[in-house]
Design a protein around this ligand. Structure first.
Ligand code: SAM
Ligand code: SF4
Length: 323
């Protein structure tokens, strides 16, 4: 369906949990106040919402969190979501640490693509940034190779942080070794992101063009997101830039978010949401659920307000929203 500004909304991000096995500094450095399990939508409830979203024209879903793979039964959920009539694509955003053991199962249930978050190629820095203890980098490097070997469309998400400013060519070089897109994401002033230090995607692009002078924009669409892609003859994958804050891409926004507690959020910036859990658990019919979704999607705000921080009303962190 289209919203009040005529944008076609066909993409829903579903957060299956607000919990995570990492403590990224800009996301949940001290963890989150754990939401009781009873407040988290069951997979049945998530699927009921998804089915009604499909009835309104949503065809693509991203499973996210928190870390989606810390929730038991996530693989089965992905399979059931993919099997819903009308669903064209199910993808996942993950930190990858629990993916090694579940990759084949996810391939088998039809996961279409995976985004793996990786903000550094330096293991020591990784541990500092994420609170992880151990050798994550060799594990994640091997994982990327396995994803490619399975034919899984794979992207690496890098948030642009002062801490990785010196590593952009090294991170982008993942796309030189493997046919994997590496996407650089501007830090958003949501939750702890508001007090973390990032830098502009324009600077990142200039730096990368210094390393790969033929890096040039390509117009092809490579997913459901707002990334602009660049190609170089030396790279197997593309370089993506997501300038979420400095350039407003809201005019082409196609997404809504469902939090793990059942809030339907039409825009990241604003706390405004529709409590679908109340309908699900209050005996509401599928028609009532669909109508609530329809109204929430229709009322999606015109644009985010990252540039005017005083207007940001969202108090929840990215892990609770499903970034
Ligand atoms: N745990 C999974 C992961 O890290 O991929 C999925 C959830 S995480 C919230 C989704 C994505 O949001 C990650 O790529 C993460 O780096 C990004 N993210 C979190 N906080 C952010 C912020 N303030 N600005 C930009 N991206 C952020
Ligand atoms: Fe966890 Fe992802 Fe947030 Fe890092 S960004 S703390 S991996 S939810």
């Amino acid at each position: 369906m289209t919203d009040q500004y005529g944008r076609a909304i066909d993409y829903m991000r579903i957060s299956v949990t607000d919990r995570c096995n990492l403590r990224c500094q800009y996301c949940m450095p001290d963890g989150v106040t754990l939401t009781p399990h009873s407040e988290i939508l069951t997979y049945e409830e998530l699927l009921r919402v998804a089915a009604q979203a499909v009835a309104l024209g949503v065809t693509k879903f991203k499973v996210t969190g928190g870390e989606p793979l810390v929730r038991k039964g996530c693989v089965d959920f992905v399979g059931r979501l993919k099997a819903l009539p009308g669903v064209e694509q199910v993808t996942m955003t993950t930190n990858g640490l629990l993916l090694s053991k579940q990759l084949e199962a996810l391939v088998a249930v039809g996961l279409d693509a995976v985004n793996i978050s990786l903000d550094t190629v330096d293991n020591e820095k990784y541990c500092r940034l994420t609170g992880y203890h151990g050798q994550a980098l060799p594990q994640l490097t091997a994982l990327l190779e396995r994803c490619v070997a399975h034919g899984m469309r794979t992207k690496v998400n890098v948030v642009l942080l002062e801490e990785n400013r010196d590593e952009l060519p090294a991170l982008a070089a993942i796309a030189q070794r493997l046919p994997v897109d590496v996407r650089f994401i501007e830090l958003m002033p949501i939750g702890y992101g508001a007090s973390a230090a990032g830098f502009s995607p324009d600077w990142a692009l200039e730096t990368l063009q210094g390393r790969w002078p033929d890096l040039a924009p390509v117009s092809e669409r490579r997913g459901n997101g707002p990334a602009h892609y660049y190609a170089s003859a030396s790279l197997l994958g593309r370089i993506g830039l997501i300038d979420a804050v400095s350039h407003t891409f809201c005019v082409a926004c196609n997404r809504v978010r469902l939090t793990s507690t059942g809030l339907l959020k039409p825009c990241l910036c604003y706390e405004t949401s529709t409590d679908l859990k109340a309908i699900l658990r209050g005996g509401g019919s599928d028609a009532a659920l669909r109508e609530a979704l329809r109204q929430a999607i229709f009322a999606k705000p015109r644009a985010h307000c990252f540039a005017r921080r005083e207007d940001i009303t969202e108090q929840k962190g990215m892990s609770q929203i499903g970034g």
